[in-house]
Design a protein around this ligand. Sequence first.
Ligand code: 8YV
Length: 314
Amino acid sequence: MKKTILALRPVLPDEMAELDSHFNVLKLWEEKEPEEFIKAHKNEIQGVLSTYNSAGVRAAMMDALPNLEIISQFGVGYDNIDIEAAESRKIAVTNTPDILTNDTADVALMLLLNIARRGVEGDVFVRVGRWQKGPLPLGVCLADKTVGIVGLGKIGSAIAKRCCAFDMNVVYYGRSEKNVSFTYYNDLKSMAHDSDFLVLACAGGPETENIINLDILEALGPKGFLINIARGSVVHEEDLLIALQNRAIAGAGLDVFANEPNVPEEMLKMDQVVLLPHIGSATAETRSKMGKLVIDNFLAHFEGKPLLTPVYLS
Ligand code: 8YV
């Protein structure tokens, strides 16, 4: 008999069809009364397919699903899943690392280039006919500038590699020093002070919540730019607004926000920001690979094989 999976959000159509072929899939986003629906099916559900843009899986949901065995997250970040609660209930958790590293690093560089060289602004400038009235204000050169990366994990390292190709000087801050040639800072404020671009590539969750506050942004300074492809929770969004309004920093390139898909109203009116709708992993190829890995983790689990990409408490 097919196992029952509760999918909180859909994956791409091909992977959705594959998932349907292996499992009895309950599609929560199609339900008008999701809580009632979960209650009605609580005993059947053995797996949950979770995504970052869903409510995630907290202890209360785990308790509501007495036969839940595995949560397979469509994404590398899993700050919307209570890992401790899952471990204590012996519920397995998996994610989709590695396959989205390059795409996410590309988005960081897209933001960096656009904010420094006024790419998005230049496009609008041409379209609305302002070119005929004079040139676009000058941008900022990337070569020889210092980029401070917060979190030199896989995505942070892929960003560093790309920044090196642009002849930038790479430094980093994180929990521990790594065996790399880039300069390590164990103090975030000092690194922000020495950086022209502060790029956030760390994991979300309580450990990094609001680590970018007004103090750090003021250290980055009026010529500095903030780039965030990590999680909105890493930045104190009110402080960022103040820093942008007061020109305490030069600008920001943001792919993630505190309350997605909502972006602070004031930011929408600013021309010193580039705003993207959380597209780090959003390519057809990568989203398809992510969907396949989600399915393969479910299959491995239910066939009693080792999980491909398990997540454990660090
Ligand atoms: C989302 C992400 O998973 O991988 C992550 O951690 O934030 C993204 O790739 C994606 O937007 C689907 O929810």
